[in-house]
Design a protein around this ligand. Structure first.
Ligand code: G4P
Length: 515
């Protein structure tokens, strides 16, 4: 019998962050292969362009089957249980991506060796930093033309303000890639071959290569930090691996390091308390909601990250806020290709709970109903559009559809105080296409998303009297979000700055957490 804390300590719940095309899908595949979750590469999902081609992606999104099963994948390796969270990898950014990271205890950052840090890597990294999520770095595609390894390492350290600690050092790149030298065991892994120790290195490297390697190793050892688990876990230091996901080179080293050093489930912050994984009471939070495969049934799967206790099928958990008790009879655990009903799950695990729209992103579920987790925010949308309905008789229908899509996190909806047209807000432009196509496909609504006069939104807060005064003098820009919270829609950054200056007592928040 393993105890609750032993089970929790085996869990490694992590996400991969990267810029599109850096190799996230390919790395995922090889991690799943190592974990025995799949048996052949090319199985995870369509790669690269094929996947991102708009029509294809929309089809996937509409069929939903694929993204539901791949939102999290569970596999075992070296006695650790890994829950790999899928951060949607489109060009485009959605709140989903951010929120997925709230469910992760650590992350792997994949970098294309020819490109270094790219825009989306940086954005995702910033989210990890906000939560002090520890990061391991995999510099990918060493089998191709790559930048100088010192350059890459310096760039990571400078641009991300992160202490870096290479675990291995590459010899050559592209056609001349020979392999990597493990800076800790001092063994050499031959690209396309095995792992060699000591004098065998000579057999595979020319004298020039060997001299250069030794010089570089001296520089690295003298100039860069040694791996330090505590520093890594605090999110201050990132170990770096050089490899090739496509050729399955150094992927096992990364996974072994994750099994050994990545943090077990973290304690979670709730209102008035801290929840430890080993706490007996079962608790968790919803970080993602997705429509089920059958659009006619409006079924939803809520993804719950367990935070504490031993979960058992059939358990009754209480939803924070509403106090509603929910019997969890068909929880789902996700493997690469299939979903299975689970009987037990532990902190760090992600279970899917089918429901009819009761569960929302940000909700806490717990046995007592008294735990309320914090830190799962809504983000201020960067794009605001006005919804124009072709058939004005369907306003009510539209309201229901928008509310329901907002619950899934596809969009945010705002009801202006003045006027009757809904404003929808998204973080990335691709979400607009998804919204339009789903309104049509699932709700039979023909609608256009027109430019709105607004540039950005801020949740407002402060002393009731101040808020009232603000609302009175800014009626034209006021709206309510789907929970009725007051939101100020600004026509420009300049206007936002202006009102902020004029109403110094008002807090303008870029994020909002559900009460
Ligand atoms: P992503 O999920 O981060 O967007 O990247 P993905 O894994 O889809 O990889 C993007 C492209 O880079 C793919 O090529 C993939 O084969 C290639 N790639 C990934 N890792 C490596 C690597 O270590 N070495 C090399 N040489 N290539 C790598 P593609 O041409 O877009 O797709 P495909 O035609 O190979 O399917």
């Amino acid at each position: 019998m393993t105890t609750l804390s032993e089970q929790a300590n085996r869990r490694r719940t992590f996400a991969i962050i990267s810029h599109p095309d850096a190799g996230k899908t390919t790395l995922t595949e090889h991690l799943l292969l190592l974990g025995g979750a799949i048996h052949e590469a090319g199985r995870v999902k369509a790669r690269g362009e094929a996947r991102r081609a708009r029509s294809d992606w929309m089809k996937i999104e509409q069929e939903r089957g694929i993204s539901v099963t791949s939102a999290v994948m569970t596999f075992e390796y070296h006695d650790a249980v890994f829950n790999l969270l899928d951060t949607p990898g489109h060009e485009d950014f959605s709140e989903d991506t951010y929120r997925t990271l709230t469910a992760a205890d650590s992350a792997v950052m994949v970098i294309d060796a020819a490109k270094g840090i790219e825009s989306q890597t940086r954005k995702l990294f910033e989210v990890c930093r906000l939560r002090d999520i520890p990061i391991m770095t995999f510099i990918n595609k060493m089998d191709r033309e790559a930048r100088d390894p010192f350059d890459l390492v310096d760039e990571i350290a400078d641009q991300l303000q992160l202490d870096v600690s290479p675990m291995s050092w590459p010899v050559g790149q592209g056609l001349n890639f020979r392999g990597v030298y493990d800076l800790y065991t001092e063994e050499f892994s031959v690209y396309g071959g095995g792992r060699l120790g000591g004098s065998h290195v000579e057999a595979h490297l020319s004298i020039e290569e060997k001299i250069q390697l030794m010089e570089e190793v001296d520089l690295v050892t003298a100039g860069l930090s040694r791996f330090d688990e505590a520093e890594y876990r605090a999110g201050r230091l990132s170990p770096i691996f050089f490899g090739s996901a496509l050729k399955n080179f150094a992927v096992a080293d990364l996974l072994t390091h994750l099994a050994k050093h990545a943090p077990a489930p973290r304690t979670q912050t709730a209102k008035d308390r801290i929840v430890e994984p080993a706490d007996e009471e079962v608790s968790g939070f919803v970080f993602k909601v997705q429509a089920n495969m059958d659009p006619n049934h409006r079924d939803r799967v809520a993804f719950v990250r367990l935070a504490s206790g031993e979960f058992k099928r059939g358990m009754k958990l209480t939803q924070s806020g509403t106090g509603k008790q929910i019997g969890i009879y068909n929880p789902i655990l996700f493997f690469a290709q299939q979903r299975e009903t689970v009987d037990d799950a532990y902190p760090g695990d992600i279970i899917g709970i089918p429901n009819h729209g009761v569960l929302r992103v940000g909700d806490t579920l717990s046995e007592s109903g008294k735990i309320v987790f914090t830190g799962i925010p809504n983000f201020a949308p960067e794009i605001l559009r006005r919804v124009k309905l072709f058939d004005p008789m369907k306003q009510k229908h539209l309201a229901r559809a928008l509310t329901s899509l907002a619950e899934e996190g596809v969009t945010q909806v705002f009801k202006p105080t003045i006027g009757s047209q809904w404003i929808v807000g998204v973080v990335g432009p691709l979400q607009l296409d998804v919204l339009k196509s789903r309104l049509k496909a699932e709700y039979g609504l023909d609608a256009d998303l027109e430019n709105s006069p607004y540039d950005t939104a801020r949740w407002i807060g402060g002393e009731p009297a101040d808020v009232e005064k603000f609302v009175d003098s800014n009626k034209g820009g006021m709206a309510a979000d789907r929970d009725g919270a007051p939101v100020f829609l600004a026509k420009s950054q300049w206007e936002l700055g202006y009102v902020q200056e004029k109403f110094p007592k008002i807090k303008f928040a870029k994020t909002r957490e559900r009460a």
